[in-house]
Design a binder for this molecule. Structure first.
Ligand code: MN
Length: 194
């Protein structure tokens, strides 16, 4: 039986401090994501999803098996999100082609931040490629660009569990901290080639 196992963090739990604390990463990756993976494995055991790759589970369950979709999409979204960050001493720069598509790095930042702040309740802000176009979108709860035929390039998790221990209700400060100090633009550039 194929069982999904938890992907490791691409850095240590202390690597993103002080912008994201080890305590947050311990809860976020070690408990929240671990629960999504356990739930998903429990839900798919003995079903047609049992031997599917994660991406196929997401596409197949979308609109039909909501619990499976929610847990599978959250596993995917978090793996992607954690890879969108890197330790602050390893800064990278926004790909020129991406910045140009939004009228420059500052406009890209402003537009992304406004989108991330606009998410009501739990969800995600994304930079995606949709066909030939780069776009900024938001998704609610577990929803993911993968389910809408878009290629994710970058995301920030704006569920409260992503920032509450470090920032309480100050979502804007969390978004700034991630964008300005932790964003892994090399990962984004790799995604742009997909
Ligand atoms: Mn999360």
């Amino acid at each position: 039986m194929f069982t999904l196992t938890q992907f490791p963090l691409p850095y240590s739990e202390t690597a993103l401090a002080p912008y994201i604390s080890a305590e947050t990463l311990n809860y976020h990756h070690g408990k929240h994501v671990a629960t999504y993976i356990k739930n998903l494995n429990d839900l798919i055991t003995g079903t047609k999803y049992a031997d599917m790759p994660l991406i196929d589970i997401i596409k197949e369950s979308d609109g039909t098996d909501q619990k499976i979709f929610n847990n599978a999409a959250q596993v995917y979204n978090h793996d992607f999100f954690f890879n969108c960050m890197r330790p602050a001493d390893k800064k990278s720069t926004v790909p020129v082609k991406l910045a140009d598509a939004f009228g420059g790095t500052d406009k890209l930042r402003d537009q992304f931040k406004a989108a991330a702040l606009s998410v009501f309740g739990s969800g995600w802000a994304w930079i995606v490629r949709d066909g030939d176009e780069y776009k900024i979108i938001t998704t609610a709860n577990a929803d993911t660009p993968i389910a809408h035929g878009m290629t994710p390039l970058f995301t920030i998790d704006v569920w409260e569990h992503a920032y509450y221990l470090d920032y309480q209700n100050r979502r804007a400060e969390f978004i700034d901290a991630v964008w300005d100090n932790l964003a892994n633009w090399d990962f984004v550039a790799e995604n742009m080639e997909l």
